[in-house]
Design a protein around this ligand. Sequence first.
Ligand code: 6PG
Length: 245
Amino acid sequence: MYIAIYPDIDTLSREAAQYIVRLASESIVMHGRFTIALSGGSTPRKLYSLLGSEPYRSQIDWALVEIFWSDERCVPPDSEDSNYRMARETLLSNIPIAAKQVHRMPADQPDRDVASQAYTLEMQGTFGTDGIPRFDLIQLGMGPEGHTASLFPHQPSLHEQQRLVMPVITPKPPPPRLTFTPPLLNAARHILFLVTGADKSDAVHAVLEGEYNPDEYPAQIVRPKDGEVTWMLDTAAAEKLRDRS
Ligand code: 6PG
């Protein structure tokens, strides 16, 4: 696990953009494409805007990138609450990528179980597997109580071992969502957590330095068997870390 601390979200976002440019190049050299799952929330807005503008945009061969989402609210894709809409405004509308390579999570479909299964099949089709897709990168955020994706404390989703995507009802509005589950998250080659703000400092300390207790702090469930986890924090989010070396 790697932990990097930056003075502010702008610096953090530039570093994250450079990290993703580098990882995309490595993935394309290694196996001919780069598969990424985006998070939602507000923290990655600046990162996505950077990736959709120079100098970062032209450093990624978008023709070889497959974009997915690690969770989505059950709202229309043009809703202000839509993670897809945020990515479309900041990134997708500014990069040369074919629509078939942008895999929106169909969380607005009325039957959320059918939508979860359809997304799973779409992922497996893209990855050419009937097993667990292994993302090159899953980018995640974390809430002030330690949730990540739409995995929240004390919810059954934390113990899901079969499904790769599932419907949940979350305490963070809007409640109905679809989310990646632990087996899918933990198959990733790389995980990048982006966490900023003093309101998350208690959870950052508990997740990174506390007892392993994912029911209380779901971000702890993300421990890929054969993958690398990187945390990019600003100084406010890191202020309660004992070991800041
Ligand atoms: C979502 C996200 C969620 C988010 C955290 C942090 O759909 O809300 O996927 O897991 O990453 O809640 O959100 P902020 O970046 O807005 O603090």
